[in-house]
Write a protein that binds this ligand. Structure first.
Ligand SMILES: Cc1ncc(C[n+]2csc(CCOP(=O)(O)OP(=O)(O)O)c2C)c(N)n1
Ligand SMILES: [Mg+2]
Length: 1016
């Protein structure tokens, strides 16, 4: 029952219901207060709790009060004082009890009781109004010209002027009346009553000063109480002298760092922090608090603004390394493109000076694409927690820094928030800091978002939001401390909205007066926060002017010295900016430990053991669905016959890697069962709700754990997350499966900015695997194509250059590529490629176009022989039929990839062309197996070369395969196309057209005269 309803009950019926009301404090009826500090205070029970209680009790109180006002609770004191103040002369001071019970005092007191209750209700409502809406009038803008919530409107229930007391039925005369405070406020401190005037003053101080808090939407009462206590308790926002000095020193570093860069490289873009210099002490303060709560690893993601400053003063990257990034003459030593300085990441282990504990800080490298790094940071943090057994997030945490425009505008922010409470994705609380400079490039907030604050998106996960004026460094530090404590206490997300300004243009070259003239006039007048704060501390006697100047000089000297030593650098090494080093995986120089192929076959007993587990229910008393029993029986039959379908092939890959201690994690929409109901990695008890069994985790006693998790319905967020997860360790197979391959395009940013160019930009390996169901099966324009052409277009192998074969060509080629693109046509090859992914001495992203109908196709099965010891992944599957026996007689060689092979093979059989036509499957499409293709092309030296695909001509693999096939034959043999015509949509929505198209291109594929006399 809410407190107000309890009070209403008291008013109406004279008794509030049941257990809320206990006898305590010397027998007097008192409310059971939520807050223990409000138990039995001196002078018996408070007036509100007994106002409808026995009249003799009231009488006792009254007599006691007449003797000495201090004999009774403050609320009784207030109550009797009110009666006296309004009683006719003579009656006041009446000592006889009967006068209270029967006379005018009693009748008067009944009216007064009613009034007291009403007024208390009003005051309680008022308190609540401040808690809910106080932030709307908080002084958040350091410039004093904008409202942080984009609205000048002052809520009518906030008492900004005396006349607004009328809203509550109160007036000026009530200001000095004392009121009992509800248990849902802490403004009283030790006092349980306060005069209304003081109540309003304290509420304004708590909610309408430089801090504005949004939290009343949180459904959890304890959490709300916790926040109220942190912000309402009188005097809570006090800092010691030492704390103030530390804060000043940090502010000096932050400010002087930007000044230094501005002085040395006045015409370089650096996206300086000027106007929000307080970010540096803010981050440091939250790291200090988290470190003392036990955190020893912090993973951060942030955009351009202030990034160099964070690297220098939070992560503590060597200053000379930062400065040499500005030197245009330095040559890059690493392969790849490298990246601009304000995108690079960093990893650093150091001692936290405040707590004397070790702490690892990493800032993830990120692309220009704002907010794209958010889920990546979360994935990396989750992985570190997972490997360290940090199930509560007590050791590892993430901090995300955002711009105001991007935080409101980018959908991935929302997608990332929605991962925050999911069991397989939670990082147990992230601290978000929004550098809210009230502008996005040249766009004003009122044009950039429809929500009042840029932070409203966080409300969906009940995260408290602390808005704070960035020109009040102590308020900012306090908020940061509370945010870190919140995270440590509740393990939930929290947002700090640092309302600041941007002193210059979007970058140092931009003219902001073009578009924000008035704002920038004000900004020019705005005193620097360091100046304001140092003046204040000098005035308070916390530091002397001399000390302050010495501190400034000390840091300037550090910068100058680092600048001088940066001149000694001869080479620029991106390698020094690695955010996720894998020290034991590579040599000390960061090279692979070997460069040779790896056998990926398996022992028969391993295959048998995995096969049997995959077809059984390892838990006793576990009732599975009869349909699933049938599926498992089917699997058992396959295993008995030493055969495997797609699901079993996958089982073999995962199971065998788990046996070797490799963690496997498969994430994506509905992956547990599998979109096509073929996988069933999680069994559900049909009788016991939520009882599940993951047979893959019952393979071997000392196996690595297997994680399979249905994700939220997000591609961008979840793929980013898994990419981050894969960053943490090379010894794990991390797979993301798209529901259908075409949905990968809503994660395009992760693919284009991280997966394809990640190593080139940031010299870091990543072995993420993308499973993309792909195939033209008459299901319409959607659900058909995973867009192979896009992945292939981004592959970095040269179409026109025939590579030299030296050493282990397969491995060398894989080492040189940016990613691997495959379409396996057999379960065994699928298993091999997954195993190869982990057994390689380096990591590359692996894109796999996976089948749909082939999952159950009787021809698309493998024998255990295909996975036996000594077997390996086949980059190309040659023809082994009649054509290969007599290659010189072969008239046509059809190269293809994926499912169309089975359609071609069936048609060839039907048309009895097995001697004339060879069909060769390219299983690894990129990097292109030039060596194997050349062998095949030479083998069938008299044959026409055809590329056949089921996709439309402007899609699929053709544009990638054709120039490479031509390079293989030194342009001496034409390459003919067979497949669907060019089209705008990936597939037809009409079944008839679908089959018609298929028939037409099959006819061409097996018409040996189709290209006779035609020009290429
Ligand atoms: C996804 C994306 N869209 C557009 C841009 C171009 N862009 C770079 S910074 C910027 C403004 C960002 O404003 P805000 O998030 O408020 O950060 P601020 O620069 O003010 O710190 C824009 C639009 C980008 N980098 N990423
Ligand atoms: Mg901004």
């Amino acid at each position: 029952m809410s407190q107000f309803r309890a009070l209403a009950g008291v008013l109406r019926g004279g008794r509030a219901g049941g257990s809320q009301w206990l006898r305590a404090c010397g027998g007097a009826p008192v409310r059971r207060w939520v807050d223990p500090r409000r138990g039995c205070s001196s002078g018996a029970a408070p007036v509100l709790s007994t106002v409808a209680g026995s009249s003799s009790y009231m009488e006792e109180m009254y007599i006691a009060w007449l003797e000495d006002h201090k004999n009774v609770h403050e609320s009784w004191d207030a109550f009797f004082s009110n009666i006296h103040a309004s009683s006719p002369p003579g009656e006041a001071g009446e000592r006889r009890p009967s006068a209270l019970l029967e006379g005018r005092v009693l009748s008067h007191s009944a009216n007064m009781a009613q009034k007291v209750v009403e007024d208390h209700l009003a005051v309680h409502t008022l308190i609540r109004a401040y808690q809910i809406r106080g932030h709307h009038v908080a002084q958040l803008d350091p410039l004093g010209i904008l409202d942080a919530d984009l609205d000048h409107f002052v809520p009518s229930d906030l008492i900004t002027t005396i006349d607004k007391l009328g809203f509550y039925g109160l007036d000026e005369s009530d200001l000095d009346r004392s009121f009992q405070l509800p248990s849902t406020t802490f403004i009283g401190g030790e006092d349980t009553t306060l005069p209304l005037r003081e109540i309003i003053r304290r509420l304004e101080a708590s909610y309408c000063g430089h801090i504005g808090i949004e939290f009343m939407f949180i459904n959890n009462v304890d959490q709300c109480q916790w926040i109220r206590q942190k912000f309402e308790t009188p005097g809570i926002l006090k800092f010691t002298k030492l704390e103030k000095r530390t804060l000043l020193a940090r502010l000096i570093r932050s400010t002087r760092f930007e000044d230094f860069l501005a002085r040395k490289w006045s015409s370089e873009k650096r996206f300086g922090l000027e106007g929000c210099e307080v970010l540096i002490p803010a981050l440091k303060s939250m790291i200090d608090t988290s470190s003392s709560a036990g955190i020893d690893s912090v993973i951060m993601g942030m955009p351009h603004r202030g990034r160099l400053n964070v690297l220098a003063n939070v992560i503590r990257k060597e200053l000379d390394q930062i400065f040499c990034q500005f030197d245009p003459k330095l040559e890059a030593s690493d392969e790849g493109s490298g990246d601009v300085k304000y995108h690079l990441g960093m990893y650093h282990e150091r001692i936290n000076r405040e707590t004397d504990k070790n702490i690892t800080l990493s800032l993830m490298a990120n692309p220009s694409h704002l907010e794209a790094v958010d889920p990546v940071v979360q994935g990396k943090a989750k992985a570190e927690q997972f490997y360290r057994g940090d199930t509560q997030g007590k050791k590892v945490m993430s901090i995300l820094i955002h711009g105001d425009a991007a935080f409101a505008g980018q959908g991935v922010v929302y997608e990332t928030f929605h991962l925050s409470e999911l069991p397989s994705y939670t990082t147990h609380g992230t601290i978000h800091v929004v550098v809210n400079n009230q502008i996005g490039f040249t766009t004003d907030p009122r044009m950039a978002r429809s929500s009042p604050y840029p932070t409203d998106v966080a409300r969906v996960v009940n995260a408290p939001i602390f808005h704070v004026n960035a020109d009040d460094p102590e308020a900012v530090m306090y908020v940061c401390r509370v945010a870190a404590e919140w995270r440590a206490t509740f393990n939930k997300d929290v947002v700090i909205d640092l309302v600041c300004y941007r002193r210059f243009g979007h970058n140092e070259m931009d003219e902001p007066m073009f578009t924000q003239p008035l704002m920038y006039k004000q900004i020019r007048r705005q005193e620097h926060v360091l100046k304001k704060y140092s003046d204040r501390l000098i005035a308070e006697g916390v530091v002397t002017l001399q000390e302050y100047e010495e501190e400034v000089a000390k840091y300037d000297k550090i910068c100058e010295e680092a600048y001088a030593s940066s001149k000694d650098e001869k080479i620029l090494q991106i390698r020094h900016w690695l955010d996720s080093p894998w020290p034991d995986f590579f040599t000390a120089e960061g090279e692979p430990k070997s460069m040779s192929s790896v056998p990926t076959g398996l022992k028969e007993e391993v295959l048998q053991h995995i096969g049997q587990t995959a077809s059984s229910v390892p838990l006793d008393d576990f009732q599975i669905h009869p349909g699933l029993s049938r599926i498992l029986r089917g699997r058992a039959d396959l295993v008995k016959n030493r055969q495997m379908d797609w699901a079993l092939g996958e089982y073999m890959a995962f199971g065998s890697l788990l046996k070797d201690g490799i963690h496997v994690r498969l994430s994506g929409q509905d992956v547990e069962r599998g979109t096509f109901s073929h996988r069933h990695h999680v069994l559900h008890d049909q009788e016991v709700d939520k009882r599940i069994c993951v047979p893959m985790n019952h393979l071997w006693a000392d196996q690595a754990p297997y994680t399979v998790c249905n994700s939220s319905l997000s591609e961008y967020g979840v793929l980013g997350f898994e990419l981050g997860f894969a960053m943490a360790s090379p010894n794990a197979l991390i797979l993301w499966e798209a529901q259908f391959g075409d949905f990968n395009n809503t994660a395009q940013c992760i693919i284009d900015q991280f997966i394809s160019p990640g190593q080139a930009k940031w010299v870091r390996n990543n072995g993420i695997v993308l499973l993309l169901p792909h195939g033209m099966e008459g299901m319409g324009p959607e659900h058909s194509s995973a867009r192979p052409e896009r992945f292939l277009q981004m592959s970095n192998d040269d179409p026109d250059h025939f590579p030299e074969f030296s050493g282990d060509f397969e491995v060398q080629q894989l080492y040189d590529c940016n990613w691997i693109v495959v379409n396996c046509s057999t379960p065994a090859n699928y298993c091999h490629v997954l195993r190869r992914q982990i057994l390689l001495p380096f990591r590359k992203p692996l894109i796999i176009f996976t089948p749909k109908s082939l999952l159950r196709h009787p021809d698309a099965r493998s024998s255990f022989e295909d996975l036996a010891e000594g077997t390996t992944f086949k980059r190309l599957i040659p023809d082994v039929g009649p054509a290969s026996q007599n290659p010189s007689q072969v008239k046509r060689v059809i190269f293809c990839a994926g499912k169309v092979y089975y359609e071609l093979a069936r048609e060839r059989k039907q048309q009895k062309l097995e001697k004339e036509i060879a069909i060769i499957r390219l299983e690894q499409i990129s990097p292109f197996p030039f060596d194997l293709v050349r062998t095949e092309a030479e083998k069938y030296g008299n044959a026409e070369l055809v590329w056949c695909q089921e996709e439309h001509k402007n899609m699929g693999y053709y544009d990638y395969a054709r120039p490479r096939l031509l390079t293989v034959t030194a342009n001496r043999r034409p390459v003919w196309y067979v497949g669907r015509d060019p089209a705008a949509a990936p597939a037809t929505g009409n079944k008839f057209t679908h089959f018609n198209e298929l028939k037409r291109f099959m006819d061409t594929a097996f018409n040996l005269n189709a290209f006779t006399g035609k020009d290429v």
